[in-house]
Write a protein of this length. Structure first.
Ligand code: TYC
Length: 109
């Protein structure tokens, strides 16, 4: 029916319905945290990083490390931007502190 009020709001003075508002809810974008292979960072160190920063069980961390070693890179986790950025900076800081060249990047999904 024309001018039917389906808004849940009080009718306007001329008794026509207020226009429905389209509220577009957007999910926050997610970012992949990717570890890169190199020839020098020890395998055990990479496994310990994946366990401690990305909260993976040891077996999954070993599998991810081997995937990076074989294929050059792997996604270790997917997070909102600020979490992804923090994890990337933590990886880089710990690796630098131990003088390993391990590299880590983030990429929008
Ligand atoms: N390629 C390294 C080695 O043979 C191991 C390694 C794995 C390094 C994963 C970095 O992100 C990495 N010691």
């Amino acid at each position: 029916m024309e001018n039917e009020n389906t808004t849940g709001h009080a009718p306007t003075p001329d008794n026509t319905a207020l226009k429905e508002q389209k509220v577009k809810l957007k999910r926050p974008p997610l970012y992949k945290v990717i570890l890169l292979n190199d020839d020098y960072t020890p395998m055990d160190f990479v496994v310990s990083i994946i366990v401690s920063i990305f909260n993976k069980p040891v077996d999954a961390a070993k599998a991810l490390m081997l995937e990076i070693h074989k294929n050059g890179k792997a996604v270790c986790g997917v997070y909102p931007f600020e979490v992804a950025e923090t994890k990337m900076l933590q990886v880089l800081s710990i690796a630098k502190g131990e003088e390993h060249p391990l590299q880590c990047v983030i990429e929008k999904e």
